[in-house]
Design a binder for this molecule. Structure first.
Ligand SMILES: Cc1cc2nc3c(=O)[nH]c(=O)nc-3n(C[C@H](O)[C@H](O)[C@H](O)COP(=O)(O)O)c2cc1C
Length: 387
């Protein structure tokens, strides 16, 4: 395991400290320092500084390794659930013909291969989106391919759909899943597949995953697979979604298909998307993926230049993502489901997206900067808002 994660002995000593923090934190003992009073603080002042010493990609796998190790200690899984899950029927959402225990989900890309969704479910998510997965496994772009922009509370990634392939994901979805957890399958195409044959890749993933997920997301908005975003154009997109919908309607119980879009689309392109949704009758839209824009960043232009290509996520994408949600919601009169994602770092950010017209929200970068208590904080704030 350690070899796979490329973890050194020094990382291991770090791991024991982290494990201790996780345990102490979750048992709810006395504060570790006088300034540290909540689980938010434990993450921000103790865990995050440790994790930010590692490269972002290493920190990602290391955190997941730590989480799994912690949850394997008898009793801690239940403690985690008690600590992080907010269980209240008022959080329940009936969306897409499914019942979500709460409206906060884990965004695609965090657990591409379905290795950690059981562990992540302990953090209180109402749903988890796996993928993006492609028909064949692929290594993705060369490392480094994930970068932190702390001054902007943002990330730039050009992972390039690194994943083990759809069959590996299917094999991990065979066993029982955590009770009540909704699972989405986010599907894409292999890098080597030309756009003209892209539909075949999406169909292969759709068919393989059909018995194992609750909803599908067609990802044509990642900036890290050459030309992928050209599939957002009206012609190819209508063809792709119609093909998937035709197959879907041949099933005895069709599943909701959503489209994930980029925040960089113009209003005219969004109007095209609205027409396509109406024509193909897909269930909804996920707004949004990462942006290729680099506008208004605090990080120095030199560093941004040195990082190079990739999708920007976190705080800088927040406003545009909310604008897209608002635009789609107004124009569609709430006729289809919108899942809002992009720059949610606080409970207020999530509520803003829900008020702009999102039915559900997802987080990724906020988890890195704010820690896992973000899920609970959002759910609590939603409940408070209702009172
Ligand atoms: C490292 C990384 C990998 C990602 N991989 C995927 C992916 O495979 N498929 C996808 O649809 N979105 C992917 N995303 C985009 C996120 O799901 C999300 O749409 C985007 O990051 C905006 O949300 P955030 O600001 O909360 O991170 C990825 C994001 C990051 C940071």
């Amino acid at each position: 395991m350690l070899k796979v994660l490329n973890i050194s002995p020094s990382d291991l000593s770090l791991s024991s400290s982290l494990l201790l923090i996780f345990v102490v934190d979750n048992i709810g003992h006395a504060p570790i320092s006088t300034n540290i009073q909540s689980i938010n603080d434990v993450y921000k002042f103790l865990l995050k500084p440790f994790l930010f010493l590692l490269s972002p990609e290493k920190a990602h796998y290391f955190t997941l390794f730590m989480l799994r190790l912690t949850l394997s200690i008898p009793g801690l899984s239940a403690l985690f659930r008690a600590q992080y899950r907010v269980q209240d029927p008022r959080l329940r959402r009936k969306v897409l013909g499914l019942t979500f225990e709460n409206p906060v989900g884990l965004a695609a890309g965090f657990d591409k291969d379905g290795k950690y969704f059981r562990d992540m479910a302990s953090l209180g998510f109402g749903f988890i989106e796996l993928g993006t997965v492609t028909p064949k496994g692929q290594v993705g772009n060369p490392q480094p391919r994930l970068f932190r922009l702390p001054a902007d509370e943002a990330l730039i990634n050009r992972m390039g759909f690194n994943n083990e392939g759809v069959e590996a994901l299917v094999s991990r979805l065979q066993t029982q899943r955590p009770e009540g957890l909704i699972i989405g399958g986010n599907i894409g195409k292999n890098k080597v597949t030309p756009n003209e044959s892209a539909t075949d890749d999406y169909v292969a993933c759709f068919e393989a995953l059909f018995p194992h997920v609750d909803y599908f997301v067609v990802n044509v908005s990642s900036p890290n697979t050459p030309n992928l975003r050209a599939l957002q154009d009206k012609g190819p997109l209508t063809q792709l979604l119609s093909t998937l919908q035709d197959l879907n309607h041949q099933k005895s119980a069709p599943k909701p298909i959503l489209l994930k879009i980029a925040p960089d689309l113009t209003d005219g392109q969004l109007d095209d998307i609205l027409e396509i949704v109406q024509e193909t009758k897909i269930a909804g839209i996920i707004a949004t993926n990462t942006t290729i824009s680099r506008a208004d960043l605090r990080e120095s232009p030199q560093r941004i230049e040195a990082i190079g290509n990739g999708g920007l996520s976190g705080q800088p994408v927040k406003q545009r993502s909310t604008e897209v949600i608002r635009y789609l919601s107004k124009r569609s009169n709430g006729k289809f489901t919108i899942i809002g994602v992009g720059g949610i770092q606080t409970a207020a950010d999530a509520i803003e997206k829900l008020e702009a017209g999102a039915d559900l929200v997802q987080i990724y970068t906020g988890l890195i900067y704010e820690g896992p208590a973000l899920v609970k904080n959002i759910n609590k704030a939603i409940l408070q808002k209702r009172n």
